[in-house]
Design a protein around this ligand. Structure first.
Ligand SMILES: Nc1ncnc2c1ncn2[C@@H]1O[C@H](COP(=O)(O)OP(=O)(O)O)[C@@H](O)[C@H]1O
Ligand SMILES: O=c1ccn([C@@H]2O[C@H](COP(=O)(O)OP(=O)(O)O)[C@@H](O)[C@H]2O)c(=O)[nH]1
Length: 318
């Protein structure tokens, strides 16, 4: 079985983590595991740890890692999932150390990044009090204890992810739709297209990857670039810089070498889509661009298959 890729989801109690996880699950094919839900289910099932779990939750304290990790591992394995959101975990250093020891170092799971929903305390309190899920800890007294635990124990774990460059922060103070607009950007799949061609052949390579940061509207820019590329009938002489300005491409002299030796030009799409284009001697810029256009359209279609709803939303706003 392939290793499960895990995205952790943290933020203060009531920030809307569960609400956004449901949308991520529906749009991007993750399974959603809430550590808190698993603990509550374990407690309700009358397990021998039930009483201990109930007391920890009421006091806003963090349940010992042996219990939580057992429940998480069981849930991932039984779902046979490869893309997993773990909501409300790791809540302290003990959780993180236990996770890395038992899951990461043993090669069972891979941590992708941590999603952090940042939300003001008063707003979280309002949301948690209005949740109506009959939770033992959605009362003012337990909420205060949970916030205290969050600040003293969970924030340092998020700081640890920030220092590793793996924290993705989302402003969660807006409406659920506003927060979703920001969240989905972090899950859009990026791609890298490479084309190498000379008189005889064209080599193409497309690589997909998760974007590293939260650049807004990247697809809108890509579409503008595509429209411009399509509209070109005869690229101006020495028009690389004009071209670059118009569609967000940067031309620079590329390095030749090997079987692709000779002088070439490379163009980079200035988003996190990197599109190197090698225009070799003997091939006109126009010919090369027409190939690039085809490849970009092809890639855009691929992207649609991956992220249809995200693309549709962007299409309607562009
Ligand atoms: N952006 C939002 N604006 C207003 N209410 C929200 C928002 N996101 C979630 N809620 C509501 O707030 C409550 C807590 O959300 P939930 O997703 O359970 O939070 P968490 O998992 O972080 O504890 C729920 O009743 C939910 O419907
Ligand atoms: O890994 C975890 C996750 C949750 N909890 C306990 O479960 C409670 C509720 O957590 P949940 O994530 O369901 O709710 P939130 O606090 O985010 O609203 C927490 O206060 C903790 O007592 C825990 O001990 N370990």
């Amino acid at each position: 079985m392939s290793i499960a890729e895990v995205v952790f989801v943290l933020g203060p109690p009531g920030a809307g983590k569960g609400t956004q996880c449901t949308r991520i699950k529906e749009n991007f094919g993750f399974i959603h595991l809430s550590a808190g839900d698993l603990l509550r289910a374990e407690q309700k099932a009358g397990s021998e740890d039930g009483e201990l779990i109930a007391n920890y939750i009421k006091d806003g304290k963090i349940v010992p890692i042996e219990i939580t990790i057992r429940l998480l591992e069981k849930a991932v394995v039984s779902a046979g999932a490869t893309k997993v959101l773990i909501d409300g975990f790791p809540r302290n250093k003990e959780n993180l150390d236990g996770w890395e020891r038992e899951m990461v170092h043993s090669g069972k799971m891979n941590t992708k990044f941590m999603l952090y929903f940042e939300c003001a305390e008063e707003e979280c309190l309002k949301r948690a009090m209005g949740r109506n899920q009959n939770r033992a800890d959605d009362n003012l007294e337990s909420f205060k204890k949970r916030i205290t635990t969050y600040i003293s124990s969970t924030v340092p774990v998020m700081d640890e992810f920030r220092s590793r460059g793996l924290l993705r922060k989302v402003d969660a103070n807006g409406t659920p739709d506003d927060v979703w607009d920001l969240t989905r950007q972090l899950f859009l799949v990026g791609f890298v297209v490479c084309i190498l061609h000379n008189k005889h052949s064209v080599h193409l390579q497309i690589t997909y990857r998760i974007p590293r940061d939260n650049r807004l509207n990247q697809l809108v820019h890509l579409k503008k670039g595509l429209r411009y590329l399509r509209s070109i009938t005869s690229p101006p002489q020495c028009g690389q810089h004009h071209f670059a300005r118009e569609c967000g491409l940067e031309f620079r002299r590329g390095r030749g070498g090997g079987s692709w030796g000779g002088v070439c030009w490379s163009a980079q799409l200035l988003l996190y889509f990197i599109v190197p284009v090698f225009v070799c001697k003997g091939t006109s810029l126009r010919q090369s661009l027409s190939i690039v256009v085809e490849i970009l359209i092809l890639s855009f279609d691929f992207l649609k298959v991956f992220n249809s709803s995200a693309i549709n939303n962007l299409s309607s706003s562009s």
